[in-house]
Design a protein around this ligand. Structure first.
Ligand code: ADP
Length: 504
């Protein structure tokens, strides 16, 4: 009898594999980092072959650590860094170009062309996205322009495009299965999220041949079996989702109005909007959450560029602490931030401001301000930015969640989580298993083969969550938040020197 689900978590800097047992406990983990390549300023590339090799080694390592064999594994789930683009030769499986990573700006020229053609509104309506180099479609265009002869080869069906999920499925099945699912497809700029299908208008706009696109399947259900040579026996691949949607599922946000925030380097906030796909007026994007039993569910998504990385700045830049976790005691050593606000707009501001020219700002300093106040204000800025995005989600969807579920490295900071609950005025729930991303892929796969009956069965098996209840008066909450909004105003447009008047 198979005892485990194997989750492959292919991230931006490492490939991980986690083996979950029936109670949702982790029985084995392995992880390998792989190389990052920065060929020009703003460009980020990966070697798809190294991604595959590191992922395969991690999978074998996790099995070994748990003393498990292929026959002990009921199914494989895959979750992956989103938008990262691979193009390969359909016959040989050889990539024709390095993978272009989501962070890479190298296709911004393609975006300029789409904007100049006046396509912004049409693209937003069809895809729920903004025109940005972030999304895969412009990266495919870049590769087809960069590699001689590739356009005609793509038209002849000789090339395959895939996000990382598709690339891994292709490798795991030795080229027998060429498929993706809507949470990844909805990040390509080529997928009509209302219809749930590749969109000819968008393919035309980018000149991308349909022949190179994978088939789009349900996120939960059998995609195919791994080639027996890979793990010693065939294992079904039965659940796939992009990392943030996988975390949404892993957090049990399976009903309209449930929301999760991942506190990593940046923050990724997603709220399940059910069968509705509201187009954002407030600077968010609309994305597919997953497709199960042939039904699409959607989410609103907002990203904050700097969150945990502001804590790294306290540690490495200001040298206020030697470990991120020390910020908690330091913040608690003062009763409040004494009017100090830190706006960590180090690379501009993301949702809902989208201000590239904003820069980091500290306001409200007095002679009494100490490193404790600045540290506290920096942690608080993560919570304020989260409230900005939650407000935008409320405006766009008319839904206000009653709980925010949290994961990611910085959610281990109890001070931050309590302040988050206080400043949102709703409870913050931190699950017992913090591996929400891998858990989501495992859950999709386990449900896909009947290892678990339904999502709630799994919820009853994992340990209890930690709850942070709001404990601040409304007056104080709103007054602190008004201060934050004033501080953000001070940070905006700073890098636009020309826009300042009256300065000699
Ligand atoms: P990523 O997946 O983006 O690399 P992680 O989820 O691993 O991020 O979280 C790491 C981030 O969390 C780092 O930026 C780190 O500064 C921050 N972090 C880790 N522990 C704490 C803590 N106890 N308090 C505040 N921030 C923390």
């Amino acid at each position: 009898m198979a005892r485990f689900i194997l989750a492959l978590d292919q991230g931006t800097t490492s490939s991980r594999a986690l083996l979950f047992d029936e109670g949702g406990e982790i029985a084995g983990v392995e992880q390998f980092e792989f190389s990052q390549s920065f060929p020009k300023p703003g460009w980020v590339e990966h070697d798809p072959v190294e991604i595959w090799d590191s992922q395969l080694r991690a999978a074998r390592g996790a099995l070994e650590k748990a003393g498990a064999r292929a026959s002990d594994v009921a199914a494989i789930g895959i979750t992956n860094q989103r938008e990262t683009t691979v193009v390969w030769d359909r016959k040989t499986g050889e990539p024709i170009h390095p993978a272009i990573v989501w962070q890479s700006r190298q296709s911004s020229g393609v975006c300029d062309r789409l904007r100049a053609a006046g396509l912004e509104e049409e693209i937003r309506e069809r895809t729920g996205l903004l025109i940005d180099a972030y999304f895969s479609g412009t990266k495919i265009r870049f590769i087809l322009d960069a590699v001689e002869g590739s356009q005609s080869r793509a038209e002849a069906g000789e090339l395959c495009f895939g996000t990382i999920d598709t690339w891994l499925i292709y490798k795991l099945t030795k080229g027998r299965v060429f498929a993706t699912e809507p949470s990844n497809a909805s990040r390509t700029l080529l997928f009509n999220i209302a219809e749930g299908a590749w969109d000819d208008f968008l393919l035309d706009a980018l000149g991308i041949p349909r022949a190179m696109l994978p088939e789009v399947r349900d996120s939960s259900g059998v995609f195919g079996e791994t080639d027996p040579s890979i793990f010693g026996a065939a294992i079904p691949i039965a659940g796939v989702a992009g990392d943030q949607q996988s975390a949404l599922f892993g957090q049990g946000c399976v009903e309209q109005g449930r929301a999760k925030n991942t506190y990593g380097t940046g923050c990724f906030l997603l709220m399940n909007t059910g069968a509705e796909a509201p187009r954002s007026e407030a600077g968010l994007i609309t994305t597919v959450a997953w497709r199960k039993d042939d039904r699409l569910e959607y989410a609103l998504e907002g990203s904050i560029f700097v969150a945990g990385s502001a804590v790294q700045w306290l540690r490495d830049g200001l040298e206020f602490v030697s470990h991120a976790a020390e910020t908690e005691a330091l913040a608690r050593s003062v009763p409040d931030s004494d009017g100090v606000y830190v706006v960590p707009a180090f690379v501009g501001l993301g949702a809902p401001y989208w201000d590239e020219a904003a820069r980091g700002t500290i306001v409200g300093l007095t002679r009494g301000s100490s490193r404790a106040h600045i540290t506290r204000a920096t942690l608080e800025s993560i919570a304020f930015q989260t409230r900005d995005v939650m407000n935008a989600m409320g405006q766009d969807s008319g839904i206000s969640p009653s709980v925010l579920r949290v994961d990611g490295g910085a959610c281990e900071n109890d001070f931050l989580m309590q302040f988050q609950a206080d400043i949102l005025g709703i409870a913050v729930e931190r699950p017992a298993v913090l591996e929400a991303t891998a858990m989501g892929a495992a859950a999709l796969a386990g449900l896909g083969v009947g290892f678990w009956r339904d999502r709630s069965e799994l919820d009853t098996k994992v340990g209890p969550a930690t709850l942070f209840e709001p404990d601040m008066s409304e007056d104080r909450r709103e007054s602190l938040y008004r201060g934050w909004l004033r501080a953000v105003e001070r940070s905006r447009g700073w890098a636009n020197e020309d826009a300042d008047s009256g300065v000699p």
